[in-house]
Write a protein that binds this ligand. Structure first.
Ligand code: HEC
Length: 210
């Protein structure tokens, strides 16, 4: 359903199947439902467009599968959704120095933005939100980095570059060796120290929840 009325306003979504096939019916100003507003083969809904509104707006195009695929890039904790490709720690160092270092520091600890690496072994770090000291899945690091980093230009790294820089960040945190090469299978197999520190929240809601 592409058109609906919310609070008397016409809502037209701009995605696939939303370019109306038939002109939008005119309606009575002020939102009063009008029998004249309903046109075209038994349509029985009414809209509140002003009289001078165009018959159709003519913007928006159907979303193609290719365009939808560009947005459909979620990676699940078990690795489902990871793209083909791979990257090494060494390659990742070059990506990091070009695209991450200025905000996260030479070793991932200096900032000025978020610390990525705990300053010591993760056991000694009380749940600072670093990659090794908080993140339960390495796959999520891929998902996050691909979608959100570099912060000013997210989406600019290739899939291989993301594998590489994730490998490097994990290596900075002592979580993979210097010769690691990560792809969909090996990334999903990385055991993060904090994985078991999270428990499923199966509360049902109600007074037992504090
Ligand atoms: C322009 C500055 C900037 C650049 C460049 C940048 N980041 Fe970030 N990064 C940030 C900021 C700011 C945050 C915190 C974002 C938030 O909390 O919403 C962040 C958060 C992160 C986090 C989450 C940290 C945590 O555990 O909470 C990771 C991982 C990360 N960045 C990785 C990277 C990688 C990898 C690169 C390079 C490809 C990169 N960043 C480049 C600014 C930057």
């Amino acid at each position: 359903m592409c058109r609906s009325t919310v609070g008397g306003l016409l809502v037209v979504c701009a995605l696939a199947a939303c370019a109306p096939e038939e002109p939008l019916p005119r309606a009575v100003a002020g939102g009063t439902p009008s029998p004249q507003a309903a046109v075209g083969g038994g349509t029985d809904w009414h809209v509140a467009l002003p009289e001078h509104a165009p018959g159709r707006f003519g913007f928006g195009t159907a979303a193609t599968e290719d365009r939808v695929a560009l947005w459909d890039i979620d990676v699940k904790p078990d690795g489902e959704g990871l793209p083909p490709g791979s990257g090494s720690v060494a390659e990742g160092q070059a990506v990091y120095e070009a695209h991450c270092l200025q905000c996260h520091g030479p070793t991932g600890t200096e900032g000025p933005n978020d610390r990525l690496v705990s300053p010591g072994p993760w056991e000694q770090w009380p749940a600072g939100r670093t990659v090794g000291g908080y993140w339960p899945y390495a796959t999520t690091l891929y998902d996050y980095t691909r979608k959100a980093m570099p912060q000013a230009t997210p989406g600019t790294l290739s899939d291989d570059d993301v594998y590489a820089v994730v490998a490097y960040v994990l290596h900075l945190g002592g979580l993979v060796p210097a010769d690691a090469v990560l792809d969909a299978a090996s990334l999903a197999a990385v055991e993060m120290p904090y994985r078991d520190r999270f428990v499923p929240d199966d509360r049902t809601g109600g007074p037992e929840i504090r």
